[in-house]
Write a protein that binds this ligand. Structure first.
Ligand code: AMP
Length: 239
């Protein structure tokens, strides 16, 4: 599998063409950004950690019936994925209040929600990714109602599976962001990444933050937290 021309460079990843038109190579970068890239840093080893963490999670989800773009890990910072057209929608699932919902609605941090809350955001950096309703997405042609129904049910399934996965290693899944893509034949599959950059993960025993909030809120030991998540996910589990 050759790494050809770069087709996209984002805040944390680069995507490259390959000799197979249906596949891309993703390179995970060491850069960290927050608050719509107003805060930027680079941490050596972050790309490797997110590459391996996201790969393990996508494989786990694929094994449990969540169709996704992950094909294989190539090396420390590269993975092969299926080429899709990303829907311009970010899907956030929340189990416990934290982050933007607290600011937006004035609710306290750390409140467990009676059931998972699914939110949609329009992916547009210039607008600061505004929250939207399903009607906005359908009426502006960003997704069909059928696609949104599928996205929502996949997001809830991911929440259940990921919640169980992290529960087993003593981590509370507070919230996370997903992105979905459309394949050439019109299927909706899970894409992008799932890592401490895109989830809030709290240590069950101590409530220690083990995710990008360490960077956002200047809590220190950012890489150590990502390393801890990788250590727990990669350790052999009891049957
Ligand atoms: P927030 O809306 O900022 O409270 O974020 C909710 C969850 O989605 C957190 O786990 C964030 O890390 C994640 N999230 C939200 N927006 C993004 C984004 N643009 N990139 C990565 N993760 C995000």
């Amino acid at each position: 599998m050759s790494k050809g021309e770069m087709v996209y460079e984002g805040k944390a990843k680069r995507m490259f063409l390959t000799d197979d038109p249906g596949r891309l190579v993703v390179e995970y970068k060491d850069s960290l950004t927050a608050f719509n890239a107003q805060k930027v840093a680079s941490m050596e080893g972050k790309g490797r950690l997110n590459n391996v963490i996201s790969s393990v999670i996508f494989q786990y989800l694929k094994d449990r019936g969540v169709d996704n773009h992950f094909v294989r890990v190539i090396d420390d910072t590269h993975q092969e994925v299926l080429r899709v057209t990303i829907l311009p929608i970010e899907v956030v699932v929340r189990n416990i209040t934290a982050g933007s919902i607290c600011k937006r609605l004035g609710v306290k941090e750390g409140l467990p929600l009676p059931r998972p809350l699914v939110e949609l955001y329009y992916k547009d950096d210039a607008l600061g990714d505004p929250i939207i309703t399903e009607d906005h997405a359908v009426l502006f042609g960003w997704a069909t109602q059928e696609e949104l129904d599928q996205v929502k049910s996949m997001a809830l399934k991911v929440n259940q599976l990921l919640g169980e996965m992290f529960e087993q290693v003593g981590v509370t899944l507070v919230d996370f962001k997903l992105e979905f893509g459309r394949t050439k034949d019109g299927r909706i599959i899970l894409a992008d990444e799932i890592s401490p950059d895109t989830c809030r993960l709290w240590d069950k025993a101590t409530n220690d933050r083990l995710d990008k909030d360490r960077f956002r809120n200047d809590l220190g030991r950012v890489l150590e937290a990502y390393e801890e998540i990788w250590k727990r996910l990669s350790e052999p589990k009891e049957a």
